[in-house]
Design a protein around this ligand. Structure first.
Ligand code: S3P
Length: 433
């Protein structure tokens, strides 16, 4: 259990670990490319290590250099070999869904399984479109969840798929299977989800393009591909991890924190827009555009926040940050409404429920809804015992709440932060020294 006390002002400069989504993709695409892919600032979190473990099991040599770089010895698009046992995807939805697109087209059968949370998350959303492409995927428990058996099919066919959800994991699974199809594959999503797959696959030599339609929908098409080419990948700091330090600096009076080299890709940076609309003092410095993934240093100062409304196409760009945003809303003056976010129910936990349970424990006025929550902010919050239910983002968001609440907060199962942010608590306490 981690004890958090009301904090003195936070001061300092920090560098956030590498982006989780981009780190996963660098391993996967590196494995499928010819040659050595070198990954700088890779996230050594448990989820990304699950991805490394799976590709090692399929014959890919992946080593960490003394300077921290990861070297992936790619074997080409048809170079994976049959794993000797079940692929362990741990807690990682990204590993599971993206790898399923790849495994659908291999010349071998594979089995994959994860922890209890992972094995209860919906996989029908990828099983359906991949099956339309000719894949053979079976949910071994018969409930559209992992464990999955994937019998690779050497000849997939291109489809045009209208996804009911804006999900980068679904989109990426389909695009990766599309690399192996015999004709182009198109996915239409209700609004644009994070586009790291499109940006990085293009960098590796795949041919794909995305069109934003007048309706607000986004359409991405990938052409079949014979070869991907190894790359040097520079992973920016993860904005989803930076979110907790942005939140802490905004909430604790007197704070001023510089967060260096954060990825600010538009399809991820919704939290910055929301913070701005709540009155946050955040300055972008040193903006760069590295291989399609823009970055900036963010200077964040304590601010008085007001409630806001978050809905529609911005939701996929901040879906993982909603626990942190909900905490900000509880300390803000006025009401915050979050809607169109039913996807929260199928994350590592049902985050509508886990945010509500824990904010109520601290004394906040929050009403859960079918697709979000309503928070009447400004009530003083008191320290409480927080139950993350092994969800890393709940543990971190409520550690920040504990810094701004009166009294002591106890975060249970604090080790769950290792999924995306080993060293989180040390970095947080380092800013108050
Ligand atoms: C991710 C996409 C998002 C996000 C997850 C990582 C990715 O999930 O919540 O943490 O790397 O593609 P969905 O695509 O299912 O919304």
């Amino acid at each position: 259990m981690k004890q958090i006390k009301t904090s003195s002002p936070l001061h300092g400069e920090i560098t956030i670990p590498g982006d989780k989504s981009i780190s996963h993709r660098s391993i996967m695409f590196g494995a499928l490319a010819k040659g050595t892919t070198s990954v700088h600032h890779f996230l050594n979190g448990a989820d990304c290590l699950s991805t490394i473990g799976c590709f090692r099991q399929m014959g890919i040599d992946i080593q960490q250099e003394t300077d921290g770089r990861i070297l992936v010895q790619g074997k080409g698009i048809h170079g994976l070999t049959a794993p000797s046992g079940t692929l362990n995807v741990g807690n990682s939805g990204t590993t599971t869904r993206l790898i399923s697109g790849i495994l659908s087209a291999q010349s071998f059968t594979s089995f994959l399984s994860g922890d209890d949370s992972l094995n209860s998350r919906p996989m029908g959303r990828i099983i359906r479109p991949l099956s339309m492409m000719g894949a053979r995927i079976e949910s071994l428990s018969g409930n559209d969840c992992a464990p999955l058996m994937i019998q690779g099919q050497p000849c997939l066919h291109g489809i045009r798929y209208e996804s009911p959800v804006a999900s980068a994991q679904v989109k990426s699974a389909i695009l990766l299977a599309g690399l192996y199809a015999n004709s182009p594959t198109t996915i239409l999503e209700p609004s644009l989800s994070r586009n790291h797959t499109e940006l990085m696959l293009s960098q590796f030599g795949a041919v794909l393009h995305t069109t934003l339609l007048e309706s607000g929908e986004a359409e991405s098409t990938i052409s079949p591909c014979d070869e991907l080419y190894a790359q040097d990948i520079f992973v920016p700091g993860d904005i989803s991890s930076a979110a907790y330090f942005i939140g802490a600096a905004l909430l604790v009076p007197g704070s001023e924190v510089l967060i260096q080299n954060v990825g600010i890709n538009d399809t991820r940076a919704g939290i910055l827009k929301v913070c701005k609309s709540m009155g946050a003092d955040i300055t972008y410095m040193n903006q760069k555009d590295g291989a399609g993934e823009p970055t900036a240093d963010l200077l964040v100062r304590h601010s008085s926040l007001t409630g806001t409304c978050i809905e529609g196409s911005i939701i996929p760009t901040l879906i993982d940050e909603i626990p942190m945003i909900a905490v900000l809303a509880a300390f803000a003056d006025g009401t915050t409404i979050i809607r169109d976010a039913a996807e929260l129910k199928v994350k590592e936990t049902d985050r509508i429920q886990t945010v509500t349970e824990n904010l109520r424990a601290m004394g906040a006025d929050i009403t859960p809804t079918d697709d979000g929550m309503i928070i009447h902010g400004g009530k003083p919050l008191a320290g409480a015992t927080i139950h993350p239910h092994m969800d890393h983002r709940i543990a971190m968001a409520f550690a920040v709440a504990g810094l701004a609440a009166q009294g002591e907060t106890h975060i249970q199962e604090e080790q769950c932060v290792d999924v995306s942010y080993p060293g989180f608590f040390e970095m947080l306490s380092g800013l108050t020294r």
